[in-house]
Structure formats: structure tokens, C-alpha cells
Write a protein of this length. Structure first.
Length: 141
């Protein structure tokens, strides 16, 4: 077993990418929450933890802004707080290797209705996802 566990092995071997996003009332879209270093790099999402403090009827979507589909979708109900679900975190765990996004794509968060309040913690890593020429220049390396 790699030192530090499987998740940290990939994060330390490649390039660790972590983001904490405050999801606020009145904001439906959060663009480029996690962005790769260049268009030649690829993000791998290992874990998303969504902690909701104010529930609202709506859907929270984590998606690949490239050609890929949504990687995680959570449907919330305003009654969740009274039905015993309260403020339990929602965890999407994609394992140590993670869920790959399209090479060069960012991770975005969207809401179907701008009413949910909470925090999203995202963990992952990036690595070179495309073959580049030795003389390609700094923007793609």
C-alpha cells in the first residue's frame, strides 16, 4: 500500500486539486470550480462532499464542462430537514483513481433552483492527459 493511503498516493504522485465552494442563495451556476493547469491536463475527481445547511426543492449537479456528462447529481427536498435527513453530508466517492473528466475540461456546479445553501468540498488530482511535443511551449506543459 502506498504511504498515506491510496487517495493521497494519486494526489501526491500527480498534482493535487482541492476546492471548497460556498453554495449561496441566489447563485445557480458556479463555473470552473476546479480547473486543469492547461488544455493538455485532465482532472480526476476522487470525492465530493456536499454539506447542505438550508434545504430547497432542487437539484445540484457537478459536471464536466467538456463533452462529458454530469458526474454527480443530488436532488434535494425542502422537507429533508424535517424528515430526519437534516444536515447530513452527501458523499460521492469515486475511489482512489477517481472519475476522469474530459482532457482540458473544468468542473462546474449548477443548481436547478438557486435556493440550496451549503458547502461543497471536492478532492482530486490532475495529470497530463494529452501527448505534447517537446517544443509545444509553456501554455500546454
Amino acid at each position: 500500500m502506498p504511504q498515506g493511503g491510496d487517495y493521497l498516493f494519486y494526489q501526491n504522485h500527480y498534482s493535487k486539486k482541492v476546492a471548497d465552494v460556498n453554495i449561496l442563495v441566489g447563485t445557480q451556476n458556479y463555473a470552473d470550480v476546479l480547473a486543469p493547469k492547461s488544455s493538455s491536463h485532465q482532472l480526476f475527481i476522487q470525492k465530493i462532499t456536499l454539506s447542505i445547511t438550508t434545504h430547497f426543492d432542487g437539484t445540484v449537479t457537478f459536471d464536466d464542462d467538456g463533452s462529458g456528462p454530469a458526474i454527480a447529481v443530488y436532488t434535494d427536498e425542502a422537507t429533508a430537514a424535517t424528515s430526519g435527513q437534516g444536515h447530513l453530508p452527501v458523499v460521492f466517492d469515486f475511489g482512489p483513481q477517481g472519475r476522469p473528466l474530459t482532457t482540458g475540461a473544468n468542473l462546474d456546479i449548477g443548481q436547478s433552483a438557486a435556493g440550496i445553501v451549503g458547502v461543497a468540498h471536492i478532492e482530486g488530482y490532475e495529470k497530463l492527459g494529452a501527448t505534447i511535443a517537446y517544443d509545444a511551449g509553456a501554455s500546454v506543459q
